[in-house]
Design a protein around this ligand. Sequence first.
Ligand SMILES: Nc1ncnc2c1ncn2[C@@H]1O[C@H](COP(=O)(O)OP(=O)(O)OP(=O)(O)O)[C@@H](O)[C@H]1O
Ligand SMILES: [Mg+2]
Length: 258
Amino acid sequence: MTKRIEVAGLNAYYGSHKAVEDISMTMEPRSVTAFIGPSGCGKSTFIRTLNRMHELIPGASVDGSVALDGQDLYGSDIDPVAVRRTVGMVFQRPNPFPTMSIYDNVAAGLKLAGIKRKGDLDAIVERSLRGANLWTEVKDRLNKPGAGLSGGQQQRLCIARAIAVEPQVLLMDEPCSALDPISTLAIEDLIALLKERYTIVIVTHNMQQAARVSDKTAFFNLAGPGQPGKLVEIGDTETIFSAPTEESTADYIAGRFG
Ligand SMILES: Nc1ncnc2c1ncn2[C@@H]1O[C@H](COP(=O)(O)OP(=O)(O)OP(=O)(O)O)[C@@H](O)[C@H]1O
Ligand SMILES: [Mg+2]
């Protein structure tokens, strides 16, 4: 199920502005890869190229390749909508559909995928909510609006919605930055469970979080304002945090900039 992501020579643009330059790296299945780096270095831009969401922004474009187990996601025969189902995404601010019930939030993508039988939907909704470690908290109020949950619960609801369609990769762009420390730890515990089944990529500004949850860490940086972001180095998280190769990585991790 879970897949390897291989990126080669990737550039991402907003109009003529190159935001991300020449990224080549691999994200391993059944593991968590963390993206760290100062604001504006292109982490969000880059992560959105991994499920073809970047190109949804007017004027935005990508070149280079992103392969999922060898299949180029930017190939001419590839349906970007199918890519977004295979490569799920969770955003910084929990974004449940506010007027929809908890149940319908989780089931939304399933209905689009053609799963309509109530028994099937019930089973997948329960499995996804259990997978997101939210089931026991919401099982008695599945018909209440998603917006009535706490921030941390809403984020787990979004994770349940993302995993309901059985993606192979889960992208998370600062999934805890709007959450309190307890909810943050709940999401981190969940990531540790989910990585058994998914390839996970997480953007975080929280160095402790990167150290706690990830197997590999990629450090991105930019030479200056208006310059494109680049991958400085990627390695085992322990190595990146204890003995990085590049001085700028050590400086960033030590909080000397960014
Ligand atoms: N929708 C957009 N249109 C035009 N330029 C954009 C857009 N989104 C981002 N950019 C630009 O692309 C560059 C990279 O931004 P990006 O959001 O990817 O950085 P980031 O590393 O995620 O930063 P942060 O840590 O603050 O979230 C920045 O110069 C930013 O201004
Ligand atoms: Mg960002």
